[in-house]
Design a protein around this ligand. Structure first.
Ligand code: AMP
Ligand code: ZN
Length: 458
């Protein structure tokens, strides 16, 4: 795609919008901190993964070959607690939520990451890193586990600018567990490890801390330095701060060239969190009669660094707008067919404008407004407009290609439509109205246009 301006991103470490600095060559590695699979993901979690998908598409649009990874946190305090409460083995418990999670991503049109490492498959890698940290004196053994010594890291907490923040308890940095020795609350969950003295803790048997999981998986699947690391804003501290401390203490290399954080989705009245008991899932959205892509469209309405307040009214407006967009695409397709299926050429002027918007730290609200601007700009042949918008959809991911497919009209609906036309022709408007009602009940609307009646799916 034509590059108008270089890609700029807001880098949390730099605290500003800076040019994306890829290494030499066209390959880019990205890692997104994935879900903790102990409950269904809520729509706030899902925003992180939709935005991550938009970044991946943007990098590809810019001509990079992207290698992406997103982990699954399938062992931590919450998964262990949940599995014990449910009376299920850990893997059986986490599998069900993992399945739902990936089904959610699929219906949101989020492309699956190239690599999906599971924490439980990389325990050896975690142990290896902890051994190095112990050997370098960045870690020490306590009664209940192995801890990371933050005092040994110069500039600890730079990502979170810890020194500039008022510190309450949660914000106060402290040494954190790399490995937790087994205790009863862990039940069946433990791995052998060469730490500690064998009497006190059964030869170090235990499980990893959450932060070391990501450090070890990143290193194992993408290498010592990745190009882009993503996650929700809540991960800046402590999770990403500690990932940096551990990984860099082991490798001596920067963990990530760029750090990118995605703002939360809140409920109109406050935080959305499992702990607050006010989460909304994609299943709730579907049960309210909305398509998952209406949620994706709603996410386009704010910049990814802006906090969004979810409301059903706002989602409804997005659903209506998406439907309108699909109808406009269908209309363009009809016109295109009537001009003998001419293959269009993308309109450079609009491609450039769109690229400008996404290259400006992924300004998707502006990019979306350019779609509508083009639809209202009648200076271009419909086939060119169509092809340009389908090009934009490579980033937006709204599955607009589906709107170009001819509508498969069931024969009974076609019959109702034909009967309605005859009733109208005969001046029997009461019958025509009743037939229209039946068509609506069957899930279609009729627009009477100058080219005759047009059916659309509701
Ligand atoms: P978790 O499953 O809790 O580990 O979270 C998965 C991802 O969702 C992480 O990147 C979190 O930062 C992110 N996240 C958690 N809560 C929200 C929220 N309310 N809005 C947006 N992202 C969130
Ligand atoms: Zn992580």
């Amino acid at each position: 795609m034509a590059l108008t301006s270089p890609l700029q991103i807001y880098d949390t470490l730099a605290r500003g919008v800076i040019p994306f600095r890829p290494p030499a060559g066209k390959k880019v590695t990205m890692y997104t901190c994935g879900p903790t699979v102990y409950a269904p993901a809520h729509i706030g979690n899902l925003r992180t993964f939709v935005v991550s998908d938009w970044w991946r598409r943007t990098l590809e649009w810019s001509g990079y070959q992207v290698e992406s990874a997103m982990n699954v946190t399938d062992v931590d305090d919450k998964t262990i607690k949940g599995s014990r409460e449910a009376g299920l083995p850990l893997a059986g418990f986490t599998n069900q939520y993992e399945k739902t999670f990936f089904a959610d991503l699929e219906s949101l049109n989020v492309e699956r990451s190239d690599i999906v490492p599971h924490a439980t498959e990389y325990i050896k890698n975690m142990i290896e890193m902890i051994k190095v940290l112990l050997a370098k004196d960045f870690a020490y053994q306590a009664d209940d586990g192995i801890y990371f010594r933050i005092a040994k890291v110069k500039g600890y907490g730079a990502l979170a600018q810890l020194k500039n923040q008022p510190s309450d308890d949660k914000e106060t940095p402290s040494d954190f567990a790399l490995w937790k020795f087994w205790d009863e609350a862990d039940g069946e969950v433990s791995w052998e490890a060469p730490f500690g003295d064998s009497l006190a803790n059964k030869a170090g048997k235990g499980r990893p801390g959450w932060h070391i999981e990501c450090s070890a998986m990143i290193r194992a699947v993408l290498g010592d330095t990745i190009d882009l690391h993503l996650g929700g804003t809540d991960l800046i501290f402590p999770h990403h701060t500690n990932e940096i401390a551990q990984s860099e203490a082991v490798t001596g290399q920067p963990l990530a060239r760029h750090w990118l954080h995605i703002a939360f989705v809140n409920m109109a009245g406050g935080k959305m969190a499992k702990s607050e008991g006010n989460t909304i899932t994609l299943a709730d959205i579907i049960n309210h009669g909305f398509s998952p892509l209406a949620y994706r469209y709603w996410l386009l309405s704010a910049h990814y660094r802006t906090l969004m307040n979810f409301s059903w009214d706002a989602l409804e407006s997005s659903a209506i707008a998406l439907k309108k967009l699909q109808n406009r695409i269908a209309d363009l397709t009809t016109v295109q067919h009537s001009v003998l299926d001419k293959v269009g050429t993308p309109i450079i002027e609009y491609l450039n404008k769109f690229t400008e918007a996404i290259n400006n730290d992924l300004n998707l609200p502006v990019a979306l407004s350019i779609v509508w601007e083009l639809l209202d700009d009648h200076n271009f042949a419909p086939e060119n407009t169509l092809v340009t918008i389908l090009e934009f959809d490579k980033i937006l991911g709204l599955d607009l290609i589906s709107a170009t497919q001819p509508l498969a009209i069931p024969s009974e609906v076609a019959q109702l439509l034909a009967d309605r036309e005859s009733a109208r022709g005969a001046g029997d408007f009461a019958r025509a109205d009743s037939l229209r009602q039946q068509i609506t009940t069957a899930g279609y609307t009729v627009d009477d246009t100058s080219d005759g009646p047009k059916l659309r799916k509701i």
